[in-house]
Design a protein around this ligand. Structure first.
Ligand SMILES: [Zn+2]
Length: 268
């Protein structure tokens, strides 16, 4: 049996399409993009390799924390908290041996300590920035200045820090996709369907992959990034490695909700 992927939804996080998802230079070409906050799902992914259970990210914080420190209007049902979601999918959180983080933002790392047998994998650059972020990113990384503790604090000896591409286990590999965050990475997973690319927030929406020929853009840039030049090259790299965008699995694309209701397990 090959590796299977179970997409799990950890809740919904609200954000503004104009200030988050579509760069201002693209607004003219997306006349229907709203200026009203919109809820986006927060998926994380459970990989069953046959011998190990591995998570890619572990979802957003509870509703109270999300609303107080991050995006007001966000919500998480109790059974969407990542340990509960893992149980609901038929696994025990103690079975999880590894968590691969695309990046260390608050909506990808919460409850990580509850997977007590897991080793954590992140890019070294991401980890170092997360431990000492610029003030602009205090909220994203739940920096102590806010008076709260980030989920990854106190876990130093459980992290494996990566410098670029790496194989985590046979059939599961990472490659750097910086831009949304400094040390963002994507995860390639070989399955019976082919190789899926779990890409975190390398794009928010599948629209971000679309070219805009009128202005010679080969992608639709996002409005939220640490480096838009890195972001652009990373999205090109994902498209180069994975021309079939049905095999690309981001965190926040809303159409995935319906898709995964129909297909709760990929690679079966
Ligand atoms: Zn995110």
């Amino acid at each position: 049996m090959g590796i299977t992927i179970r997409p799990l939804n950890s809740g919904f996080c609200t954000s503004n399409p104009k200030t988050y998802h579509y760069h201002f230079s693209t607004h003219k070409y997306y006349p229907n993009v709203s200026n009203e906050d919109k809820p986006l799902p927060v998926f994380f992914y459970l990989l069953d390799t046959g011998s190990e259970v591995i998570l890619v990210d572990c979802g957003m914080a509870n509703a109270d924390r999300a609303n107080t420190y991050h995006h007001p209007g966000s919500w998480q049902d109790p059974d969407q908290a990542s340990p509960a979601a893992v149980r609901k999918a038929g696994y025990d959180p103690d079975q999880v041996t590894k968590i691969i983080f695309t990046h260390l933002h608050w909506d990808h790392t919460f409850y990580m300590k509850e997977f007590k047998n897991a080793t954590y994998y992140a890019q070294r650059k991401e980890y170092e920035f997360a431990m000492n972020p610029l003030p602009l990113y205090y909220k994203s990384y739940e920096y102590k200045w806010l008076g709260i503790e980030a989920p990854f604090i106190g876990c130093e000896d459980r992290f494996v820090l990566l410098d670029g591409e790496a194989e985590i286990v046979p059939g599961v590999r990472v490659y750097p996709t910086p831009g949304h965050s400094v040390g963002h990475q994507a995860v390639e997973v070989d399955t019976k369907d082919g190789t899926y690319h779990i890409i975190g927030d390398a794009v928010f929406l599948m629209d971000n992959f679309k070219p805009i020929p009128e202005i010679d853009y080969d992608v639709t840039p996002t409005a939220r990034f640490v480096s838009l030049t890195d972001w652009w090259e990373s999205v090109r790299e994902i498209k180069r490695r994975c021309p079939d965008l049905n095999m690309v699995l981001p965190t926040h694309e809303p159409t995935l909700v319906e898709r995964f209701e129909k297909t709760p397990v990929l690679g079966l």
